[in-house]
Design a protein around this ligand. Structure first.
Ligand SMILES: NC(=O)C1=CN([C@@H]2O[C@H](COP(=O)(O)OP(=O)(O)OC[C@H]3O[C@@H](n4cnc5c(N)ncnc54)[C@H](O)[C@@H]3O)[C@@H](O)[C@H]2O)C=CC1
Ligand SMILES: CCCCCC(=O)/C=C/C=C\C/C=C\C/C=C\CCCC(=O)O
Length: 257
């Protein structure tokens, strides 16, 4: 898919990986609606992006993806402002093993919500133009991160949901490709204050830091490059793309049928 003139939505766009995704989409000619519940960071980023890319290329919408009403309204406003939605990046996520229900609600339910609401605008069965949806999981969606059982569960959920809805999209003719990104450790706010995020597993903080040192960390722009690959490559549907500093690979899974 060529990005010039296309319309993208990025959740969790104010900081970290979402910010880098927003920037790479803009650099490649897309218009981007930035959704985030951090209004201060979102508005400040918007101001900088408008100076760099022009007034008409971006939009910031305060949106908590836990809220059906706010997410629905944000997608409607994006469509009314830019004329449609071609690319949906369900990226917002948290890591907090203490408030574990919230971790599941944002990381898994937020991705499902964002996908279903985007399909209403994008699916060819609803009169949409088709397009591509990219969900952000993690390497913890492919294997266990012992210090973060609930985060791990939420990310496995994102991988499973994405692969199944991608197969459904293909079988039912939605005209939408749906893929999932699975990065290793990335230098962002989420990857800071680790003991405080782990709750009853804080004793495993040192082991987690050692694991991250051994695997090495990614920059946000390395992850954004992989998002771009999944967006532009028309052959990619239902893929789980594992991204590490020195290697990236499309995962293979057991064939069930
Ligand atoms: N940093 C890392 O090591 C890795 C992160 N990931 C995933 O990448 C995604 C982005 O994470 P980072 O950029 O690292 O985190 P971050 O903490 O730097 O940025 C997350 C952004 O999402 C927003 N956000 C959080 N909850 C939200 C909600 N309910 N509604 C709207 N916005 C919300 C935050 O305000 C923030 O702007 C997450 O899904 C995370 O699980 C995946 C692999 C590794
Ligand atoms: C404090 C931790 C921050 C967590 C952020 C995050 O999502 C990082 C995850 C990094 C690694 C995930 C850990 C375990 C994955 C294990 C195995 C994957 C196996 C893949 C394979 O090749 O089969």
């Amino acid at each position: 898919m060529a990005l010039d003139g296309k319309v993208a939505v990025v959740t969790g766009a104010a900081m970290g990986i979402g910010k880098a995704m927003t920037e790479i989409l803009l650099q490649n000619g897309a218009k981007v609606a930035l959704l985030d519940f951090n209004e201060t960071a979102g508005k400040s980023l918007l101001e900088a992006l408008k100076k760099q890319y022009g007034q008409e290329k971006t939009l910031f919408l305060t949106c908590d993806i836990e809220s059906e009403e706010q997410t629905k309204a944000a997608l409607q406003t994006t469509r009314e402002t830019f004329g449609g939605i071609d690319i949906m990046c369900n990226n917002a996520g948290i890591l907090n093993e203490s408030t574990w229900e919230k971790t599941v609600s944002i990381n898994l339910m937020g991705v499902i919500r964002g996908t279903y609401l985007a399909l209403e605008h994008m699916s060819k069965l609803n009169g949409g133009q088709g397009g591509v949806i990219i969900n952000t999981a993690s390497m913890a969606g492919l294997g266990p991160l012992p210090s973060c059982p609930v985060y791990t569960a939420s990310k496995h959920g994102v991988v499973g949901f994405t692969r199944a809805i991608a197969a459904a999209s293909s079988a039912l003719g939605y005209g939408i490709r749906i893929n999932v990104l699975c990065p290793g450790f990335v230098q962002t706010d989420l990857f800071s204050n680790i003991p405080a995020r782990l709750g009853k597993f804080s004793l495993l903080a040192d082991a987690t830091k050692k694991m991250a040192e051994k695997m090495e960390t990614l920059s946000v722009s390395e992850v954004a490059e992989c998002l771009l690959e999944l967006v532009v490559d028309e052959m990619k549907n239902g893929e789980a793309f594992m991204v590490l500093p020195k290697s990236k690979k499309y995962m293979t899974f057991p064939v069930l049928l």
